[in-house]
Design a protein around this ligand. Structure first.
Ligand code: CP
Length: 293
């Protein structure tokens, strides 16, 4: 694997291989390779807690040397382009870049780099490590993807998680449905939109998405009514109680408690939200190991 940019670039075999490697790191059944002579830089042009910190932990477990790059104190503030920033890091000996950026497909301008890129999220485009950790979490639960009914609820249009997961889950044989307010329907994805209450008792996985206020503009944010949204598209206690016995609840987080999901359900027995975060660190170890081979 040269880079990890989009779930659309991965075959099912590559997905299974990454999930398997992450599971082996988690169970301790394989030795963790050490890349003590390699350097990595994490370039986060958008805020992050989970992706940035779990990449950092994964990198340190793999023995990598972390270059301290902060966009706020870098020469990006003097107008240096993304390409020149990345080419500079390559020139001074960095072996791997992890990048999060608000621009969709920012990596298309980085074709001339000779070091691997792990995409930590591009605008509303893709979030491949999130999708892979979600797949790992689902596979841990069910041991398969084929035939699973997955309901993804919320801000579909602005969600790189929805886009990444729709593609990979479909490719792996799951049945993916969306539920969303009309203004957040994404016409570029050929998916079935359903009424959450028509299917909530039939799904194996319900995945809530964060309402992405930062992508709605001032008017969209001002017109948003949290309680109304919660009642129509959120996971309420009433809906949770209708879920099948073995169904699980997922959310990429950060969670707007009381909006996408009732606060007390975040750590309810069916919730795998913190398990997703735990798996994310192992999955990112697997991705880095693959990119540095
Ligand atoms: N799920 C996710 O990408 O979280 P962060 O924005 O905190 O990285």
């Amino acid at each position: 694997m040269e880079h990890l940019l989009s779930m659309e670039d991965l075959s099912n075999d590559e997905i299974f291989s990454l999930v398997k490697k992450a599971s082996q790191f988690k169970s301790g059944e394989v030795n963790v390779p050490q890349y003590k002579d390699k350097f990595v830089a994490n370039l986060f042009f958008e805020n992050s807690t989970r992706t940035k910190c779990s990449f950092e932990v994964a990198e340190q477990k793999l023995g990598l040397n972390l270059v301290n790059f902060e966009t706020s104190t870098s020469s990006v503030q003097k107008g240096e382009s993304l390409y020149d920033t990345c080419k500079t890091l390559e020139s001074i000996g960095v072996n791997l870049l992890v990048i999060r950026h608000s621009q969709n497909a920012y990596y298309e301008e980085l074709n001339n780099l000779n070091i691997p890129i792990a995409n930590g999220g591009d605008g509303s485009g893709q979030h491949p490590t999130q999708s892979l950790l979600d797949l790992m979490t689902i596979y841990e639960e069910y041991g398969k993807f084929e035939g699973l009914n997955v309901l993804i609820c919320g801000d579909i249009k602005n969600s790189r998680v929805a886009r990444s997961n729709f593609h990979s889950l479909k490719a792996l044989g799951a049945n993916v449905m969306f539920a969303s307010p009309e203004e957040w329907v994404d016409d570029t994805i050929e998916a079935s939109y359903v009424n959450i209450d028509d299917v909530i008792n039939q799904v194996d996985i319900v995945m809530l998405l964060r309402v992405q206020h930062e992508r709605h503009g001032i008017t969209g944010k001002a017109n948003f009514e949290a309680e109304n949204y919660h009642q129509q598209y959120g996971l309420t206690r009433e809906r949770y109680d209708k879920l099948k016995e073995e169904a699980i609840v997922m959310h990429p987080a950060p969670v707007n408690r009381g909006v996408e999901i009732e606060s007390e359900l975040v750590e309810a027995p069916k919730s795998r939200i913190f398990k997703q975060m735990e798996n994310g660190m192992y999955l990112r170890m697997a991705v880095i190991d693959e990119l540095l081979q």
